[in-house]
Ligand binder design. Sequence first.
Ligand code: ZN
Ligand code: ZN
Ligand code: FE
Length: 674
Amino acid sequence: MFVSPDVATCPDCLVELSDPADRRFRYAFLNCTNCGPRLTIVTGAPYDRVRTTMARFEMCTECRAEYDNPADRRFHAQPTACPACGPRLALSGRSTGGGEPLADFATVLRRGGIGALMGLGGFHLVCDAACETAVATLRRRKHRDEKPFAVMVRDVQAADALCWMSPTERSLLTSPRRPIVLLRRRGEVRMARGVAPRSSRLGLMLPYTPLHELLVREIPGPLVMTSGNRSDEPIAHTEPEAFERLAPNADVFLTHNRPIHVRCDDSVTRVVDEEELLLRRSRGYAPVPLGLPCPCVRPTLAMGGQLKATFALGRGTRAFVSHHIGDLEYYEAYRAYVEAVALYRRLFDVVPCVVAHDLHPDYASTRHGLELARAEGLELVGVQHHHAHMASVMAEHGLEGPVIGVTFDGTGLGTDGSVWGGEFLVGGYRHVRRAAHLRGVPMPGGDRAIREPWRMAVAFLDVARAAPAAASALGRLEGRVGGTRVRTIRRMITRGVNAPSTSSVGRLFDAVAVLVAGRCVVSFEGQAAMELEWLAEALEPDGVYPFDLDAGPADAAGDMPLVVDPTPVVLGVATDLDRGVPAARIARRFHSTLAEIVASVCSRLAATDGVRSVVLSGGVFQNALLTREVVGRLRSDGFSVFRHRLVPPNDGGLSLGQLAVAAATSGGSAAGTR
Ligand code: ZN
Ligand code: ZN
Ligand code: FE
């Protein structure tokens, strides 16, 4: 019996929760075989109460009778409990009233305080979403400038009052998986401005535990509910850790004595063309197995990437893709990753013979994979980053290939040692050819250019510096960030100092966002691109910018990939700015231009390679507007188009792709990218 994901409180349990005559009336930990904690409390396999964090609670006579009765809804419900025998709430912190923990916690929130809530997969920081000062305080304490906060609403009617919802969005919001759903907000809603500044979207979720249900009944309005961590660190999940890390952030702590064993963030999803597009696959989704088109004859562990990391275990046609673990550059996240790999191996009884990994030697996931392989004598399969992205969509759809893999993302190591991210790969699981790509531009300062996208704007403009529009755009940039800084960056570019080449579409998005939306520094990766999408989304298509498409020089394998030069695109943007064209229209044209680039390259590749199937992957395809336009354009050109529905297009989906490639190649030669 596999352990299932955590499941939101079921309707039967909700009835008991509200029934004064029921012995579990207002009990924050009620559950049954149809709902409750699963992955987050499991400590070993097989799944049984003694191998969960419920082991410490001995069932009372009544609970035991239900548990043993095959006719009862709680027959073999491993986490079953009641007020007499189960976990309890406790309150601590600066502002305790000495009353009932939940009521006191709610009182602090109603007065504009910030609470730390021990939930299902970790701690959340919680405050009244209508209270401007509470939200501002939370932002300041969390060192989080602008990244939108998620909001918990009491029911679907409350969600309706805040946001527009399609039937698919509504069914995702209310599904037992209970993800955060990104929804389009209504014009005038009662909500602090600081919840999601400058955003046309709100991330909403419904209560998913009895504790949440009880809490939302105590507070009239929606609640900000954000991971309990500082900035981008992983979510805190144990009491000592939460007290240490969150003490400066929270006025009060509502905790309980059912430990969280597996740290698991909320899942985040959105809907594009009435189909799901996952941004973070975690609580409620993992570890449901996904299917593999080509069986893993030899059990395989795929290590995933570095940011938004997940790993995956493959056995036969089943792929167990882990929950979202986060950014492995944080030691805490790395430790959680290593522990989760070990736990999943036990839970799903997979003893890997093969380790699949990214080619980047400095990814913590790669390093851990190499360590395991050395210690256990396992075969290694290195999978190029964008090949893994492409294989991950193919695996979702059971495609065998060959396909054209359009993979647009921020950063991934290419086989030539440069940073890729605007790639058209042709092939399948065993083999791909880099058939086309964006022209490389310098990334001044390396990763610093991700946080300071104005550096990318300088890099793109510098190529076209002879054109008047580029000169005036550079002049405006100097006005914003200072002439000395711009000149320093231009010198770095000329001398090639600390300026690795990148073909990344993510960086092109950044550069255009700097020019159009004026954002020179971002507080999270992809922020600039997201703002461009919001600017553009209300407009109808309105023309495209020119670009160059030519055969480039022969690569190491003797192929001559097509090279897309985006310089004319950036110049077109700069020219429109000079003419006073509104930012939204420029943003719209930029999206259409990328769709045009994809369509042109695919039609050239279809002519040379005879391939009519296209898969879309990479973090850039989290952008709904771009995804919709590219899919529509390619379909009207007669292509079969496939995009992600089951795993995220970002690096959270890499592990599935690595697994699919390893399944097709292990035992034979390693996967090849030319
Ligand atoms: Zn239930
Ligand atoms: Zn009991
Ligand atoms: Fe990537």
